[in-house]
Ligand binder design. Structure first.
Ligand code: TRP
Length: 445
């Protein structure tokens, strides 16, 4: 075992770091609006099936590759399949992480601006504010969102600079419990509003007539994104986890916490949306346009707005550090450079790409890559190409190249953990057949 590598210090540290990666904009921004657009409860049920049947074994796969190889996404394949072309899969992970970061940091920057607005009680001040133009004027302006994106990126890089144990783990240990407490407080406020029950039944009474192939696609894409799969994030964190840790248990707890957080976030948002007579299918503007409108009229709305945007910001940071760490660990180990240098290089790369993404909402909106703005391009390429292809190749590698014996060996810590044989067999079946076929079918659509 490589003793010079930084490592997580405790099981709690591993769990909060993994959950920190999983819980992010995906839970607070994407999950509620996708649920709103795809029929509420029916979407949740399909999402749960995807998470626990399909994505959990994919998470095991990434975890196994990282921990078994004890190295970065690219190096892992060189260690586990020497002399083969499989390490290209690692490059997919690095590219996917870069392209997610490019737009993720921009949205992270938006949450700083909205936190500042909330702290100035801008939403609850008297007078008529048009939240739609407030949002579109802000994101399309040339300076402010770029500056906020840089601040967000500086926060992310500063934590990664501290390393795995003293940076990432330490930050996540404080933030994750705080995030859960804050989102629960917001949910209680929302659930106790008059008229909240319509939102609750929307989330928990399924209407299966709403399900179509689009719902399936949205649910799988969301499950992948929310669990941080397909980019080597779990692989990278897994490579910093001790050989005594129980991979299956850690993955189950992470998936469960992430899903729980998404559902609590739903309970924080949907009841309020219904109580104020707003349509649940507001789309991506839900968090930045609809919610401020609600905060303006909500008793204690000013405080809740601060809590909400603080939660959004911190959840986004604990995720962006996991993405940055994929690139940093890769540079660090493959090019034998210092952590500091690796963090700075990644920082500048994302700074440039993120600035382009941010400006593409305004002054650069006419520049198109394959008919898309920079922002949409990075979102599209990562969500529709790099992540699913990365995920597909990872399960194919584990199912067909790494093989059953190695997989079981790693999942059971060489037989030290007692895992029922049938569970291992089902897991292997899903990794070898079900997961690749499902991802391929969904990608073709
Ligand atoms: N899971 C995070 C969220 O829900 C985002 C994220 C972090 C991510 N790392 C990732 C998404 C890796 C895909 C792949 O916001």
């Amino acid at each position: 075992m490589n003793t010079s590598r930084d490592n997580f210090g405790s099981r709690f540290g591993v769990l909060v770091a993994l959950t920190g990666s999983a819980v992010g904009l995906g839970n607070l921004w994407r999950f509620p609006y996708l649920m709103g657009e795809n029929g509420g409860a029916a979407f949740i049920i399909i999402y749960l099936i995807f998470v626990f049947v399909l994505c959990l074994p994919i998470m095991y796969s990434e975890f196994v590759l990282g921990r078994r190889s004890q190295t970065n996404v690219f190096g892992a394949f060189k260690v586990l399949a020497p002399g083969s072309k499989w390490s290209i899969v690692g490059l997919f992970g690095v590219l996917a992480s870069i392209s997610i970061l490019a737009f993720y940091c921009v949205v992270g920057g938006w949450s700083i601006e909205y936190l500042v607005k909330a702290l100035c009680f801008d939403f609850t001040r008297q007078g008529t504010v048009n939240y739609e133009t407030m949002f579109s004027d802000f994101v399309s302006s040339p300076v402010k969102p770029v500056v906020y994106h840089v601040i967000f990126l500086v926060m992310t890089a500063a934590i990664c600079l501290g390393g795995v144990k003293k940076g990432i783990e330490k930050f996540a240990k404080i933030m994750m419990p705080l995030l859960f407490v804050m989102v629960i407080i917001i949910a209680i406020r929302s659930l106790t509003l008059e008229g909240a029950s319509a939102g609750i039944s929307y989330m928990f009474k399924p209407d299966f007539s709403k399900i179509n192939s689009g719902t399936l696609l949205a649910a799988l894409g969301q499950a992948f994104f929310s669990l941080s799969l397909g980019c080597g994030t779990i692989m990278t964190y897994g490579s910093y986890v001790s050989k005594d840790e129980n991979i299956m248990k850690c993955s189950v707890i992470t998936s469960f916490s992430d899903t729980l957080f998404a559902i609590i976030a739903g309970c924080a948002i949907m009841p309020a949306v219904f109580a104020f007579g707003i349509s649940p299918s507001e789309g991506p503007g839900l968090v930045f346009i609809t919610l401020p409108r609600i905060f303006a009229q909500l008793p204690l709305g000013g405080i809740i707005a601060i809590l909400f945007f603080l939660t959004l910001l911190l959840a986004a940071v604990t995720s962006s550090i996991s993405l940055l760490e994929v690139v940093v660990t890769y540079l660090l180990e493959e090019f034998k450079i210092k952590r500091k240098t690796a963090v700075f290089l990644t920082f500048f790369l994302i700074l440039i790409l993120g600035t382009l993404c941010s400006l593409s909402q305004g002054v650069l909106s006419d520049i198109k890559l394959f008919g898309m703005t920079f922002f949409d391009f990075f979102d599209y390429v990562s969500s529709n190409i790099l992540m699913p292809v990365g995920g597909l190749l990872i399960v194919l590698f584990v199912g067909w190249r790494l093989g059953k014996a190695n997989l079981f060996d790693e999942l059971t810590n060489s037989g030290k953990l007692k895992v029922p044989q049938w569970l291992l067999e089902i897991t292997f079946f899903i990794i070898r057949f079900l997961a690749p076929v499902t991802i391929a079918v969904i990608m073709i659509f």
